[in-house]
Ligand binder design. Structure first.
Ligand code: 5GP
Ligand code: MN
Length: 316
């Protein structure tokens, strides 16, 4: 933590890089790092791979979609990102920086970068950014709602098994510093586009239950997204919804994206989703992980069902 803070304080110009398809934690942690740099009057840019998700627009306009601009940064920070590939088109910005910093909580983090703070026991990368604020002696005031967003999104509203006493203690501190909890929760949990709801209904209607009801699997093609007028971000709830079917251990969503297949997996109790997805070149957490593979939806549907069968076999 100290080394990371010193590296940031010594920076001239910082590029902050959340993982692609940035979620609440990745964007919030990035924005909060920006606030920390502002207190030192250090210039920074937060480059994202794609425009921020609509439900996260309240995090402000501090995000710039990367369009291939030349690298002009001495320091880069990869945020909530387990490997360099998760930076997508922005990987060169990281590689060209003199100081390559990483702040992350993925157990599958492969150790890229020069100075890294990686703590899989943290529920969210936002917890680690908060620890940087503590280390620096900077008050949470300007970042309270932002950091709270990282906590609340990565813990599913403090419901997932990654939630700890530490998470709640930090949440309490952030509330004392003025975090607008109800506003954040309303935006991220209580609001959906009609297109998203209709897509969810169709996908849930078409789900397959396999392995004696232990797996709920569904696939979303690009055609399907188009026909519902839905966007890729509208699929973000689906693997979690699949997991809520009583008796199901593993919820898996397969979706077509830019000619590849994106796998999103959620588990309830005993299947290590990160380990499973790691064998496919992806990663994540024990109960939430993903991977990107090439092939077709039906091919991967079959492969995943087969691989999960083997995995359950080892849990008898
Ligand atoms: P989601 O299913 O919401 O896309 O991702 C769940 C978790 O798995 C997140 O923590 C995310 O960072 C991680 N994850 C998703 N896709 C990939 C991937 O392709 N590679 C790696 N390393 N992690 C992923
Ligand atoms: Mn995270």
């Amino acid at each position: 933590m100290k080394a990371l803070l010193e590296a940031l304080k010594g920076a001239k110009n910082v590029v902050i890089l959340p993982h692609k398809s940035a979620d609440g934690d990745a964007l919030a942690s990035s924005a909060a790092l920006g606030k920390l740099l502002e207190t030192y009057a250090i210039p920074y840019t937060i480059y994202t791979e794609e425009p921020p998700r609509e439900d996260l627009l309240f995090l402000g306009d501090g995000f710039t979609v990367y369009e291939g601009e030349e690298s002009a940064f001495d320091t880069a920070v990869a945020v909530d990102c387990g490997d360099i590939f998760r930076l997508g088109n922005r990987a060169p910005l990281f590689e060209n920086a003199r100081a390559k910093l990483v702040i992350d909580h993925h157990a599958t983090n492969d150790g890229f970068g020069d100075i890294a703070v990686i703590d899989p026991s943290s529920a969210a990368t936002a917890e680690l950014v908060a620890a940087l604020f503590e280390e620096a002696g900077i008050s949470y005031e300007k970042a309270a709602t932002i950091l709270y967003t990282g906590l609340v999104t990565d813990t599913g509203g403090f419901r997932y098994s990654n939630t700890t006493a530490k998470t709640h203690r930090l949440a309490a501190k952030l509330l004392e510093a003025g975090a607008e909890s109800a506003k954040v929760c309303h935006a991220v949990f209580e609001q959906n586009s009609i297109e998203k709801i209709r897509l969810e209904a169709a996908v849930m209607g078409a789900m397959t239950l396999t392995h004696d009801g232990r797996t709920a699997l569904a696939a979303v093609s690009e055609d399907m997204l188009r026909s519902f007028g839905a966007t890729d971000e509208d699929t973000s709830n689906l693997s979690g919804l699949l997991r809520t079917v009583r008796g199901v251990e593993t919820g898996v969503l397969l979706r077509e994206k830019d000619g590849e297949i994106k796998i999103s997996m959620r588990t309830n109790q005993y299947i290590d989703a990160a380990a499973f997805c790691k064998t496919l070149g992806g990663g994540g957490h024990a109960r939430a992980a993903g991977a990107t593979v090439s092939g077709t939806l039906s091919e991967w549907q079959e492969k995943i069902i087969e691989k999960l069968g083997e995995t359950y076999g080892r849990h008898r």
